[in-house]
Design a protein around this ligand. Sequence first.
Ligand SMILES: *Cc1c(COP(=O)(O)O)cnc(C)c1O
Length: 387
Amino acid sequence: MKKIYLDYAATTPCDPEVLAAMEPYFFEKFGNASSLYALGQEAKAAVENVRSALASFLGASPDEIVFTSGGSESDNQAIKGVADALEKKGNHIITTAIEHHAISEPCKFLEKYGFKVTVVGVDQYGRVAPEDIKKAITDKTILISVMHANNEIGTIQPIAKIGSIAREKGIYFHTDAVQTVGHIPVNVNELNVDLLSLSAHKFYGPKGVGALYIRKGTRVDTFLHGGDQEKGRRASTHNTPGIVGLGKAIELCAKNMAEESKVQIVLRDKLIKEIPAAISEVRLNGHSSERLPNNVNFSIKYIEGESMLLNLDMLGIACSTGSACTSSSLEPSHVLLAIGLPAEIAHGSLRITIGRWTTQEEIGYLLDNLPKVVAKLRAMSPLYEKK
Ligand SMILES: *Cc1c(COP(=O)(O)O)cnc(C)c1O
């Protein structure tokens, strides 16, 4: 059976060049980057090379990069670290209704300790209005966190504008750039951010490694206490193979990103045009132009997302849905609810995310099969019969 992976926003396969770069650091170069003898110093040099390369990719300087275990840790570190460092200055945090749980859950956690969180809404395309952020600011606001692009609907936020508002008011600004780094240009100065999260497995690197950019002078308390790795900002023996993999993945993205995104936009736009032509009563979620090059998200009426997913899986196609009927929460995606979809429409959503190895043929196979799956499920749907 064909195996067609169309869920690159969930994770990406490791590029073979990334794996090849990592391999020596499991074997002959396995040293602890904190050890003083040559084997350790060799590992340290590798880590520092990646730190410099990543910094220059982001427009940052090397000492502004802290390596972490991935996007979730970077997000937690940013939110809780700033809250901890600035609790005497204020207790108010501003975020949005469409953030990843790695942002919204740390915010909820802080509410238990007396922090107040304002959750700013979005428009029907998933865009945050910078004006709304501005209105939410109080004299107690210490941090604003708005994601660069949304992982479900692909909407890209006006980060630079929000950043300049934050800077004017002297408030720290964090962005979760896990979906954008390696996919579209990300420069910490152009975006006016003080903190930025990224994760290697979303751009063809290994899982379990990422970084947090922390602008010089930004006060962030340590979250993982222990040894003095990362200049005391994050304890734990360096994940040298992982960091080397992240570095190789960034190098490949720097080289190929512009070309790759052009190819992806063609495939994306083909889906955006042809799915509504082949299936009745579908709605595109997200923004028409301020959108990730690799993201397509549709709500398909009278369909339950998870049954659609399982039927596509039987055909060898892997994609994603905002419905969660079989998981512990029955709630549909908070992102789809935030853009104003009624729950029953949100339950029928399908996210297709393409990547480095997606082909025309794969998109063709999906376009051949999706209408059949939808027709089959609608034939069994009492809601569809009644209409
Ligand atoms: C995947 C993702 C995360 C979590 O990153 P991990 O490295 O898997 O912990 C956070 N935010 C966004 C927007 C993501 O897409």
